[in-house]
Design a protein around this ligand. Structure first.
Ligand SMILES: N[C@@H](CCC[C@H](N)C(=O)O)C(=O)O
Length: 278
């Protein structure tokens, strides 16, 4: 099975061209091929598929085989792949996802590295749509919940997939493999949740670590960076209609939160191609 390894800020996926091949059990393949010792290694797989209403359709699967409805870092790489492989040689592309069609503007920097700006659509704040199991209609902003006797103040946002954002004075010493799963599997989140741990540097720069549902700690999360900026604005740390730099373990993304949409700009890089036998 031919594949291409690509990453956006170190959030690495194995990309499979489904214009040329059919993958019968992507959820099984993702578990096997994503293994960093016995497989190719990655945060999951991304299928690039034909579709009528856009230039291509993206389907992404986490390491545990669960399907994510949206992936910010992957969609930039999908746009680069679609352009490079002449599926659609356009600098403005439409890519369909389980959370709708997104528009991506590509800037070719060099053969390997592109920059892309994605219109990620509006941030969804009402708890039942995130979804959060709670009798509240208003957005959950700085909302206290209890885990193992400790209180955590969360802000919840859907960017097509669910996010829970927390603010800290120092994110470097948080033990993510211990605390991350407590949010991921918390009964408040019926579809589980991606959790972002944020340290605010100033009104235009924040630092982020992320625990992704289905994949664990990753070096970056595009939808997570968008959710983090939305939460930073809602909590009064940053401003709307302003470019906010999100510093992640694997690089930087620039996010702008407007009334209608959240815009994400960041890199898309091809690393290598190969053939996987399974
Ligand atoms: N890394 C991603 C998000 C991937 C999906 C997520 N783990 C989920 O299941 O919702 C990104 O860059 O947005």
């Amino acid at each position: 099975m031919p594949f291409t390894k690509m990453h956006g800020c170190g959030n690495d996926y194995i990309y499979i061209n489904c214009f040329e091949q059919y993958i019968q059990h992507p959820e099984k393949l993702s578990k096997i091929i994503s293994d960093r010792h016995f497989g190719v290694g990655g945060d999951g797989i991304v299928l690039i598929c034909p579709v009528e209403n856009a230039d291509a359709k993206m389907r992404m699967f986490n390491i545990d085989g669960s399907e994510g409805k949206m992936c910010g870092n992957a969609i930039r790489c999908v746009a680069k792949y679609v352009y490079d492989n002449n599926i659609a040689k356009k600098e403005v592309l439409k890519i369909d996802t389980l959370s709708g069609v997104k528009t991506i503007e590509l800037k070719v920097k060099d053969d390997q590295m592109y920059e892309a700006t994605v219109d990620m659509g509006g941030a969804i704040l009402n708890p039942s749509s995130v979804p959060v199991l709670i009798e509240e209609e208003e957005a959950l902003i700085d909302f206290p919940i209890e885990i193992d006797g400790a209180t955590y103040n969360i802000t919840t946002v859907s960017m097509g997939n669910p996010h829970c954002v927390l603010f800290y004075d120092d994110i470097t010493s948080i033990n993510l493999p211990i605390i991350g799963p407590k949010f991921e599997h918390h009964p408040l989140f019926p579809e589980s949740v991606n959790t972002e741990f944020i340290q605010v540097e100033n009104r235009t720069t924040i630092h982020m670590r992320v625990w992704e549902r289905g994949s664990g700690e990753t070096l970056a999360c595009g939808t997570g960076a968008c959710a983090a900026v939305v939460a930073s604005v809602l909590n009064g740390y940053c401003d709307k209609d302003t470019d906010i730099t999100v510093k992640l373990l694997g690089g930087e993304l620039v996010i702008r939160y407007t009334d209608n949409s959240v815009f994400m700009t960041g890199p898309a890089k091809k690393v290598f191609e190969g053939i996987f036998q399974w």
